[in-house]
Design a binder for this molecule. Sequence first.
Ligand code: NAD
Length: 473
Amino acid sequence: MLIDGEWIGAGGAGAFHCVDPYTEERWGSVPQADAADVGRAVGAARRAFDRDGWRETPPAHRAALLRRLAQLIESSADALTYQQIRENGKLVSEMRPGADLIARACHYFAGLAESTTGVTVPAQGFTTYTTREPIGVIAAVTPWNSPLLLLGWKLFPALAAGNTVVVKPSEVTPTSTLRLAELIVEAGFPPGVVNVVTGHGEPTGAALASHPQVDKIAFTGSTAAGKAMARAAAERCARVSLELGGKSPNIVFADAKVSAAVSGVIAGIFAATGQTCVAGSRVLVERPIYAEVADLLVSRARELRAGDPLDWTTQLGPVASRAQLQKILGYFEIARQEGLELLTGGRRLERPGLFVEPTVYGGVSNRCRVAREEIFGPVACLIPFEGEEEAVAIANDTPFGLAAGIWTESVRRAHRMAARLRAGTVWVNNYRQMSYAMPFGGFRQSGIGRELGPQALEEFTEVKSVWIDAAAP
Ligand code: NAD
């Protein structure tokens, strides 16, 4: 772990193992941080912020450090990619370009560090202006599915704005974050500005979230854990931003280009083996083309090539952990009990590694559990609909609101639907596009706040209003 610029090994709470989901081999041992370790990390971040002057560093200096870090990420992209794949089994074809995206996001927030401004406001007799100040110590708690990308979305704007950070990566993917921490040290960030504590949600994450000297929790993970974070933050009115789960609709209208739409559906639910927060797990299909879409989707799902995530031609990797595998198999059983029509898949793949078959259920009602609960696996529910009104009603009938896809050739319908869907991101004739410059986040139980874009920097600042009596004495 990295605490106050020092590398710390396992202490009283011991260590835990990393498991490669492709080979199912144990390959690493990582310290479990206890409350005392967390306290030391938060204390270091507090000192770096309050006493050692990080909050007052000129923005140009912070920007220069972030640019140096971005260059180090670029030159270490292969190593960072490999480390993440070993932890979570995601495909090299997704993770290697993802490493470049992390570096670009770092460059982007370096730029924003130097361009953050306040405003002046006309108020008679007074000179008034606002400034944006860093919040303080940020706890960044991250999941396993895109460990470094999702960490970067918090870390880079937090540092650009002048905060200090304690990172708690997922227990499934701690080593890639430790590798990034090596680069942070190499880039020249002062001790205590970035600290990393490794461990499980309990005790490590919980100790961090409830620490009285943490000023903000920036969390990505499940909705259940996010609610626990928000409760911990509420005790002391700490700031909180949450990027949580989803059950996103991917809506195919009868006027869509069917082949392109099915490619989008496949990218939405089978990419990353369905382990993405924006997975298009509810596939709404207008009745006139329902049979055509179902047939094409099933035949293409069956063709997906499962294999080694490090092979560039592999199309379906393992799921990240045994717990995740059990969860998905549990939903196959729930679907069986609910009497759903299984069009393809529905089983563990008969081969070594934590693989499940790409799965499609047909004629699904939006009231079924598999259509309401986040499975986080390669499981698509096909839901037929008739017309725009019904599509909107079904799409919005969910506790979540992270993303939505629309497939149509009508520009009018595209705008009408984009306005009516209750989701933080709407994709029209594409799915899963992301940019560091576009805000990302959820409506409703998919989260609070936005990452990426200029909004991300605002989320890591407090606004101060200054009133100066400028009237003549
Ligand atoms: P998770 O909620 O189990 O864990 C996320 C992090 O929180 C981990 O570091 C974990 O150790 C920690 N944690 C868990 N319980 C905790 C507790 N009670 N107190 C403190 N810390 C705790 O999520 P996961 O399984 O790692 O990731 C999958 C989830 O993340 C899915 O629900 C997915 O939708 C969501 N996700 C959301 C986004 C987004 O941007 N909206 C992106 C990726 C993943």
